[in-house]
Design a protein around this ligand. Structure first.
Ligand SMILES: Cc1ncc(C[n+]2csc(CCOP(=O)(O)OP(=O)(O)O)c2C)c(N)n1
Length: 514
């Protein structure tokens, strides 16, 4: 058995069952090994940003890592932006990056580069396998690293000769540490704050935004009068009817400062102190009131749900009911397409158990409130701010949860970064409805232009924020990659097209022109 096969067997034995790939010559032995090993589904992405973003979406829904297969430094570099996003959302992932055979590196062949240096800022763990005997053990270590709470991007660089030389067979994944239990002192401290009667916010993210964590936080809020909020951006929130509804810290600085102004204490549950996405002249970086105190209940790698359980016990919150959302569906809206109208129609039509991929950018600012009482669903966001995650993340999420409908709420500018994901959706028959918001601009940046205080803005500047001339034809782009779709210019047509997409198995794109 060669090194490549020992690695593929190690991955499968270690629970890594999907590999998103864009291979080249240096990865051919890995590709060949796929046919000799049962249990690994290999999915081709036509750009590496699709590959890494899909692995992110997969892991968020499967709660375990996928592998990626990337071609040397340039293949990795094409995938880095979505690795950045995965690092920020603590997504577990195992990247396999092929490299030249070790003896070939001395010749500085065209594809030679310093892969480790490129990988380091976008990985929590990096290793280059020295020889074929080490590949399986290194692969097992990569899986363990990826699974170490709260979840890490692990990058294993595989020189070609480590893949084709003889190995010692697969390796077993070493024990992975569980989430550390939060100390009793920390629980007591948080309980004291909550009993003080001073205005307190409990700020949640990570696994605390699954049903159990939300329910516990809801009971604690009822028992103590504390408010609940989620971070502005979160990897995964369970929402809709039957769940404890939770608002997010607003994105816009002024709104966030106003929303947080009244809190004397903020209890952080896996979350960070709320800070502005960017600095702006004359606006604060820290969004909470100057005298607000931060209290860490649980760090991201700790047992957030266990900490909430202990805190609920300490407060006797078990007697109190969590404020659960009832089902309340708006009537689909007709007339002009606006973000508000879209938010109501989407809330009305969203199917039970949908996985919502939110890269709606400025169009999506209105989407959260009306979907609070929609049918139960899961909401995934981009935590790293590098746009071009939505369609790949939808690809991976749909693959991980084939019995659920994935709905991509997708801004057009962001979609153009990684639109090749549509082809993978078609090839794999993934059940995704894509709502493409064609406002034909980088609309959010128009606001940012004013926010940063840019003066005397003229044609040249505005041209950098306008993605019309020519207008993108999303129906044709999708059709060219095997995805059917339709363009709509009013809400009645949108309601029909969205319903059609939801009723159609496989991918379907609705281009909503704003
Ligand atoms: C990789 C990357 N490049 C550039 C940016 C800067 N940027 C932020 S939002 C944005 C435009 C978003 O446009 P679109 O997706 O159409 O959403 P809209 O603003 O129109 O709602 C750009 C270019 C970024 N965040 N990430």
């Amino acid at each position: 058995m060669n090194g490549a096969e020992s690695l593929v067997r190690t991955l499968v034995d270690g629970g890594v069952e999907v590999c998103f790939a864009n291979p080249g010559t240096s990865e051919m032995h890995f590709v060949a090994a796929l046919d000799r090993v049962d249990g690994m589904r290999c999915v081709l992405g036509l750009f590496e940003g699709v590959v890494t973003g899909a692995a992110d979406g997969y892991a968020r829904m499967a709660d375990k890592p996928a592998a990626t297969l990337l071609h040397l430094g340039p293949g990795l570099a094409n995938g880095l932006a979505n690795l950045h996003n995965a690092v920020k959302s603590s997504t577990p992932m195992v990247n396999i990056v092929g490299d030249h055979a070790s003896y070939h590196r001395a010749y500085d062949a065209p594809l030679t580069s310093d892969i480790e240096t490129a990988a380091k800022p976008f990985s929590g763990w990096v290793r280059t396998s020295p020889d074929a005997l080490s590949v399986a053990v290194d692969g097992a270590a990569a899986i363990a690293a990826a699974r170490t709470p709260p979840g890490r991007v692990a990058t294993l660089i595989l020189p070609a000769d480590t893949a084709w030389n003889e190995s010692a067979g697969p390796a077993v994944v070493p024990p992975v540490p569980g989430r550390a239990v939060v100390s009793g002192d920390t629980i007591d401290h948080a309980a004291r704050i909550l009993r003080s009667g001073e205005p307190t916010l409990i700020l949640l993210t990570g696994p605390a935004l699954r049903e159990r964590g939300l329910e516990l936080a809801g009971r604690i809020a009822t028992a103590t009068g504390a408010r609940l909020m989620a971070q502005t951006f979160n990897a995964r929130i369970e929402r809709g009817a039957g769940r404890v509804p939770i608002d997010r810290v607003p994105y816009l600085v002024d709104l966030a400062v106003a929303a947080l102004a009244g809190f004397r204490h903020v209890i952080l549950v896996g979350s960070k102190q709320p800070v502005a996405f960017f600095a702006y002249p004359d606006k604060p970086s820290v969004l909470t009131a100057p005298d607000a105190q931060m209290h860490v209940l649980a760090r991201p790698e700790e047992d957030l749900v266990g900490a909430l359980e202990a805190l609920a016990d300490a407060l006797g919150a078990g007697r109190h009911a969590a404020p659960v959302a009832g089902l309340a569906l708006p009537t689909p809206v007709t007339g002009t397409i606006t973000p508000e109208a879209l938010s109501l129609s989407i809330a009305a039509l969203l199917p039970e158990n949908a996985i919502v991929i939110d890269e709606a950018v400025s169009t999506g600012r209105a989407f959260f409130p009306p979907t609070r009482q929609a049918r139960p669903h899961t909401w995934l966001q981009n935590m790293g701010g590098s746009i071009g995650l939505g369609l790949p993340m939808g690809t991976g999420a749909a693959l991980a949860a084939p019995d659920r409908k994935t709905v991509c709420l997708q801004a057009d500018g962001s979609a153009m970064y990684t639109l090749q994901a549509l082809w993978t959706m078609a090839r794999e028959s993934l059940d995704v409805t894509i709502v493409l918001f064609a406002n034909r601009s980088y609309a959010i940046l128009l606001g940012e232009l004013a926010n940063v205080g840019a003066q005397n803005v003229g044609r040249k500047a505005l041209d950098m924020l306008d993605i019309g001339r020519p207008d993108l034809d999303w129906v044709s782009l999708a059709r060219g990659m095997g995805v059917p779709g339709v363009r709509v210019t009013d809400m009645a047509a949108f309601n029909r097209a969205f319903a059609e997409g939801l009723a159609t198995p496989g991918p379907y794109l609705v281009e909503a022109v704003l």
